[in-house]
Design a protein around this ligand. Structure first.
Ligand SMILES: CC(C)(COP(=O)(O)OP(=O)(O)OC[C@H]1O[C@@H](n2cnc3c(N)ncnc32)[C@H](O)[C@@H]1OP(=O)(O)O)[C@@H](O)C(=O)NCCC(=O)NCCS
Length: 173
């Protein structure tokens, strides 16, 4: 597998937005500015999967000062990373994860997730991971369960199509 991983850079922004629009329904697209702030604020937490020079996937994260529970607006799409990011934080929040399905035969989600976590473990210091996922994103949920994430909260009818949002966390990192 000729996949290379590296922090996302400003020059990748157009490719990020294109991939976002390929992978997610338009109701949940996040803005280019949101991605730019993520990259500028937390370079080693926002990484791309590249095949040769082509961006085929990405994962975005934030570090948060850990709380057992957070106000639900924390998880809002397109929120500004600088509102909550803290470099001393020990909770890694996965704000986005997507792959281009065209390259699924080369890089599957579960493999990408494993590679990304290995990168974060090597480069960051955290002791739990939290994320939000739609109940309808079955492949993603399947991956998170494999990596010991458990549902800790469910927000009824959160998404524009009225699907529930699951907040999932793992303490086994
Ligand atoms: C989430 C995403 C990265 C996963 O990548 P992927 O290549 O589809 O994932 P995988 O093929 O590795 O699938 C993971 C598991 O889910 C299963 N799966 C895939 N689609 C499924 C579906 N519709 N229903 C149930 N299970 C499904 C797979 O069979 C696999 O399980 P297995 O290992 O037991 O066979 C990709 O689907 C994507 O970019 N989706 C759009 C964005 C998104 O939902 N991001 C998540 C944000 S929280």
């Amino acid at each position: 597998m000729n996949i290379n991983l590296r922090p996302l850079e400003e020059k990748d922004l157009d490719a990020i937005v294109e991939l976002e629009q390929t992978s997610f329904h338009k109701d949940v697209w996040e803005t280019k500015e949101t991605y730019l702030k993520r990259i500028v604020t937390f370079a080693s937490g926002n990484i791309g999967f590249f095949l040769e020079q082509k961006l085929v996937g990405f994962m975005c994260t934030e570090l948060w000062l850990k709380q057992e529970e957070y106000p639900l607006e924390r998880f809002n799409l397109s929120h500004d990373i600088t509102q909550y990011y803290n470099e001393e934080g020990k909770e890694l929040y996965i704000s986005s994860f997507a792959l281009n399905p065209t390259y699924k035969h080369i890089l599957r989600g579960k493999e990408a997730f494993k590679i990304a976590l290995a990168f974060y473990k090597e480069n960051l210091s955290f002791d739990s991971i939290i994320l939000m996922v739609s109940e309808e994103w079955k492949a993603a949920i399947n991956i998170y369960l494999k990596f010991n994430f458990k549902e800790i909260t469910r927000i009824k009818n959160y998404f524009p199509n009225n699907s529930d949002a699951l907040i999932m966390r793992t303490n086994r990192v």
